[in-house]
Ligand binder design. Sequence first.
Ligand SMILES: C[S@@+](CC[C@H](N)C(=O)[O-])C[C@H]1O[C@@H](n2cnc3c(N)ncnc32)[C@H](O)[C@@H]1O
Length: 281
Amino acid sequence: MIEDDGAAEPAAVRRAAGTAESSRANRHWWDGNADEYQDEHGAFLGDARFVWCPEGLDEAEARLLGPAASLPGRRVLEVGAGAAQCSRWLAAQGARPVALDISHRQLQHALRIDDARGRPGLPLVEADACAMPFADGSFDLACSAFGALPFVAEPVLVLREVRRVLRPGGRFVFSVTHPFRWALPDEPGPEGLTVLSSYFDRTPYVEEDGTGRAVYVEHHRTMGDRVRDVVGAGFRLLDVVEPEWPDWNEQEWGGWSPLRGRLVPGTAVFVCEREKTHGQG
Ligand SMILES: C[S@@+](CC[C@H](N)C(=O)[O-])C[C@H]1O[C@@H](n2cnc3c(N)ncnc32)[C@H](O)[C@@H]1O
C-alpha cells in the first residue's frame, strides 16, 4: 500500500482496469515504491545475479535461456528489468543485454548500482512493454523476471512485442505469479492457505485513491489463459517450470513463504521460442 500525494490510504477493490489505466497506475506505483522494493529485496536479488523468483531459482543453475556457452555475444532484452540485476549477470556472461522498464525510479537504481560497482553502465530503456522502441528482430533472446506481465491488462500485447523484436527462433523466458496463487490471500502465514476467491475470476486487483483513480493494478490469468496468450502471440511453448521451495530458503517475500512454498506453487516460468519462419527448419 502507498500514500498517494498525502491523500487517504488507497482502497483495495476488484474491478476492471484497461491497458492505459494499468500502465499509468503501475508506472506511478513503481516510481513511488522502487526505493522500498530495492531496500527490501536488493540483497536477495544480488546486484549481478539472475534470480527468477522468490523461491530463489537462479539462472546460473537453471539455464533456462540456454547453456552458458550460448550466451557470449547474444543480444538480450530484459523486460520489466527493475534495477537490471539480471541484465548485469547476463553482461558478466558475455551477453549484450538491454534493460527495459516503465519506471524511471527503478532504472535510477540500475544506474546507482552500476555507479557503485564502477563499471560501465548497462543500456537502459524507459518504455512500456506494450509498445517497445526497438526494430523488428533486434534481439536473440528475451527474459523477464516478474517484469510487466503480471501488471498489464493485455499480456498478449507484451508477448507480441517481444515476438516482434526477437529474431526467428529466439527464446523468451518469463516468470510470473503462479496462476493458482490468485485464489489465496497474499499472506505468508497459515491465513494464506485458505482459498478465498475463485481461481477462475479474472477481475483485476486494483488499489485506488479517494477519487477512484487506480494507483496499483495486478491482473490474473489462469494457466490455460497464459498458454493461449503465448501460443496466440506466435511462440512455441517449450516448458513451464514450477520452482519448488528449496530447503535453504527461509525468507518471506509478500505472500511467498517457506510454509506456503512447501505446499503449493508460487511462481510459473514459461520457456517460449519464437517460431522460425518458413524454410528456417
Ligand atoms: C516485480 S518488479 C520486477 C523487477 C525485476 N525483474 C526484479 O526481479 O526485481 C516488476 C517490474 O515491472 C515493471 N513494469 C510494470 N509494468 C510495466 C510495463 N507495462 N512495462 C514495462 N515495465 C513494467 C515495474 O516498473 C517493475 O520494475
